[in-house]
Design a protein around this ligand. Sequence first.
Ligand code: ASP
Length: 336
Amino acid sequence: MKRRNFIKNAALTGAGVAVGSTLLSCADNDTKETKIVATTNNKSQVSLPLVIATWHVEEATAKAWKVLQAGGNALDAVEQGCMVEEANEKGQSVGKGGLPDREGNVTLDACIMDKHGNCGSVVYLQNVTHAVSVARKVMEDTPHVMLAGKGAEQFAYEQGFKKENLLTEASKKAWEAWKIKSEYKPIINIENHDTIGMLAIDKNGDISGACTTSGLAYKMAGRVGDSPIIGSGLFVDNEIGACVATGLGEEVVKTVGSFLVVELMRQGKSPQEACEEAISRIVNKPNSNYKDFQVGYIAVNKQGETGSYSIHQWFSMTKYQDGVNEQIQSDFFNKS
Ligand code: ASP
């Protein structure tokens, strides 16, 4: 695995002590902070808390880390981390500023899942920037898991979210340029970053995850991808671990990717091995045209071990752990 663009932020440092098979806490003499250490089966030590995210989103992981480091829970951390990218108008694949569908509508998909296995999701949400927070409200304040379209939007307003125009000038210009070519190729860009998916383990060792996206640029009106589909775009099992996906959602849905990764970890695979196996299910299908699209997974297990893998080069994971916020270039399948 190659590493690039290391970002080191001054924060908690110091070694922990592991003497058991689960979670321990100990006082760090220099910082007087409580540091949590998880031991893996082979007794290696992993320091908690930690947060990982798809692509290079250091500001988002920094926000999540701040929540975790202050003793906040993993659910708050992933929500607040994702919100950073949703509000970032320069990011054209998430939240405000996301590229629209072929009709010029920006439509958002998002979901969130907590340590109890509760989940909430919104699909085809328009005019509300923080889709991840609306998904959380669906989880916490309704008897449902998923709200779509106008119903989701109406619910958001009732919850106090404000109506905003999500189509920025830059995204409008890009859409207008695309319309002139009028070419519809639902092929995911292999190099640029897309959905933000985030997984965190807090100081208590509890796991939560979230993901948020504007989906494929210039998709058909009404198209929904993997990102709001529990088990496809995201899955969390607090006993085992969690996974989140990015890339061409249709391929992730067909293989129920994130659930698959978690189940593979349940069977004993490491997060890295599980992500690789889930990618192999896609690329080894008869007649797979994987050369034309990207899919990437990141995963974490209960012990705090992480993994990431994609079909093509240039997928990366951002990881904040032990006071270090770093971008980790993922290994990938297509080396030809
Ligand atoms: N998975 C998202 C979707 O298919 C897009 C992405 O990750 O770029 O909607």
